[in-house]
Every structure is written in structure tokens, then in C-alpha cells.
Design a protein around this ligand. Structure first.
Ligand code: NAD
Length: 261
């Protein structure tokens, strides 16, 4: 039985999830990462003495249930679940989206969060405590041309956030979603490269057009997300549930694919 608060971070072996996991460890959490990239899982375990990552594809409900059982067996309880795993999916107009890419984007970003939450919810209900944080996107708050599968996954995740907050609230379990804008890092570089290629403009011009979408005219940083996770999981966030919280420097429209460079 862990004598520290216990957290699970999906997709925590790289990117935003890794930033969240590292910040939680620094804040005294016993962190369990679930990730489906074996290489990154090995790297994580080699560099994190006080935490462990396990290979797990969140879209596989059976594998998820086994891993959550394993965490409960080792740690004795689960205080925080961060549903972070997600893929960006294709950048293409709706008629060019391959149905298999549509399905995969939803399988990871939406069904994955459902799979993990359905295994964790009974544990948190039995404890009468816990927090669940879904990493959505500002693409879950407005339309985003040429990103149909991603938008569907993120709007769905916010709907689930509100629904789970209602189901679990009476059991003192809080559920919130975070909605970052483009986050500095490898993944957004790839999205911008694809968008630039599609529109025949430079990545630098794409970056400027993305940054200009927010009032603060800058991308979200991983540490902005990690510190909000810690806040929501702490006693300071005890009255916050069912919210989709923008971490996007105030964005009113996602015109990045509207030719507004
Ligand atoms: P990333 O691709 O850098 O990292 C995602 C991690 O999830 C990787 O370690 C990957 O191995 C893991 N993963 C992918 N599929 C998985 C699966 N089926 N099962 C388990 N693990 C899986 O992505 P990121 O930029 O760190 O994004 C993390 C989350 O934040 C995603 O949900 C994403 O939609 C959201 N988000 C990202 C941005 C951004 O600009 N990067 C903006 C808003 C929201």
C-alpha cells in the first residue's frame, strides 16, 4: 500500500503526459504510466527510479482492466487518473478522411479514456474520493476545419467529462477536462508540417497563424498543463468538477485551416 497519493497517467511516456508525470512525482505522487510505445516505456523506466511505466494500449479494454488491477494490487488505491493518451489523427477535409483513420483517432482519444475510466471509477467510488482529469483540447470547444476525427474525439471527451462528473460527484469524485491550445513540442511540429504541406506554405507561416489565434498570441506550454493538473488534484480544486477549462490563452476561433495566414 502506497503511503503517497497514487496517480495514473495514460500516454505518460512522452510529450505532455511525461511532463504531467514528472510534475506529479515532484509533488509527491506515486505515478504509474500506461503507454503503448515500448521503446518510450523502457526509456521512462530507465530514467524514473521512483515511478514505473507499463506497456498498455488504452484502446484495448481487456489490457486496460488488467493494468488497473495491477496498479491497485501494488498501490492499494488510486487518487488521480489523467486520461492524456490521444493521437492527432489526419489533417484533411472530411471527404478525404480515411474511415480507418477516423476510427483509430476515436479508439485512442475517446474509447481509450472510457476504457480506463470504467476500470478506475469503481475504485474511486469505493474510496469515496478521487479526481479524473481528461486532456481534451480547445478543438473540443469549437470547430477546427480539416481535423474531423480529432474534433469528434475531443468534443466527445468533454461530454463524458460532464457526464462522469454527474455520475461520480455524489461519491466525492471530481471530473474535469483541460483544453490546451497548440502545445510547444514534437507533435504540434508534425501537425504544422502536414498543414503547411497541404496548403503549400512554410511551417514558419503556419506557426504564426496558429499563434495569432489566441489573445495571448502564444502556444500553451507543457508546464501550464502540468501545474493545472496539480491544482485540480489538490484541495484547492475541491469545489471544481464538470468543467472544461481553457488553457489556450483565450481562443475564440480555430481558423488555422481556413486559409487565414
Ligand atoms: P504525443 O504524441 O507527444 O504523446 C502521446 C503519448 O501517448 C505517447 O507517449 C504515445 O506513445 C502515447 N499513446 C498514443 N497512443 C496510445 C495508446 N493507444 N495507448 C497508450 N498510449 C498511447 O502527444 P501530446 O502532444 O503529448 O498530447 C497528449 C494529449 O494532449 C493528447 O490527448 C492530445 O490530443 C492533447 N493535446 C495536445 C496538444 C498539442 O498541441 N500537443 C494540444 C491540445 C491537446
Amino acid at each position: 500500500m502506497s503511503d503517497q497519493p497514487v496517480a495514473i497517467v495514460t500516454g505518460g511516456a512522452s510529450g505532455i503526459g511525461l511532463g504531467i508525470a514528472s510534475t506529479l512525482i515532484a509533488n509527491g505522487y506515486d505515478v504509474f504510466v500506461l503507454d503503448n510505445d515500448l521503446h518510450r516505456v523502457d526509456d521512462y523506466n530507465a530514467s524514473h527510479r521512483l515511478s514505473r511505466a507499463r506497456f498498455c494500449d488504452v484502446s484495448d479494454a481487456t489490457a486496460v482492466a488488467t493494468e488497473i488491477d495491477g496498479v491497485l494490487h501494488v498501490a492499494g488505491r488510486i487518487d488521480l487518473l489523467v486520461n492524456n493518451a490521444g493521437i492527432s489523427g489526419p489533417t484533411a477535409p472530411v471527404e478525404a478522411v480515411d474511415p480507418s483513420e477516423w476510427q483509430k483517432t476515436l479508439d485512442v482519444g475517446l474509447t481509450g479514456a472510457f476504457n480506463v475510466t470504467r476500470s478506475v471509477a469503481p475504485i474511486m467510488k469505493a474510496q469515496s474520493s478521487g479526481a479524473i482529469i481528461n486532456i481534451a483540447s480547445n478543438a473540443g470547444l469549437m470547430g477546427c476545419p480539416n481535423r474531423s476525427p480529432y474534433v469528434a474525439a475531443k468534443w466527445g471527451l468533454i461530454g463524458l467529462t460532464k457526464t462522469w462528473a454527474m455520475e461520480l460527484g455524489p461519491h466525492k469524485v471530481r471530473v474535469n477536462a483541460l483544453c490546451p491550445a497548440s502545445v510547444d513540442g514534437e507533435r504540434i511540429e508534425a501537425v504544422m508540417a502536414r498543414d503547411g504541406e497541404e496548403r503549400g506554405v512554410s511551417v514558419g507561416d503556419i506557426r504564426q497563424s496558429y499563434e495569432r489565434q489566441s489573445s495571448l498570441q502564444s502556444f500553451t506550454r507543457i508546464e501550464d498543463i502540468a501545474s493545472m493538473v496539480c491544482y485540480l488534484a489538490s484541495d484547492a480544486g475541491v469545489r471544481i468538477s464538470g468543467q472544461a477549462i481553457g488553457l489556450d490563452g483565450h481562443t475564440e476561433t480555430l481558423g488555422n485551416s481556413l486559409g487565414e495566414i
